[in-house]
Design a protein. Sequence first.
Length: 82
Amino acid sequence: MKDVTDQLSSLGYSVKSNFEPGSPSSLIQAQISRLQPQLILMTTHSRPPLQRLAHGSVSHATIHHSPCSVLLIREPPPQART
């Protein structure tokens, strides 16, 4: 995450990153309410539907509860991450 925030900062964007323990969906929604960003960048794990159902989807919850745009960056499948 630091690499991404450093790159965006070097291009002149205002970037903040945050790490907190707890439920990701609720923590992200709290930060969105507090910061009121114009755009949220997130990666997705590209889980199969049954796994997504069992574990939930933070990106899905964020998309459906955010008052701003959300850009999802799909994580490559495990075999492509060499």
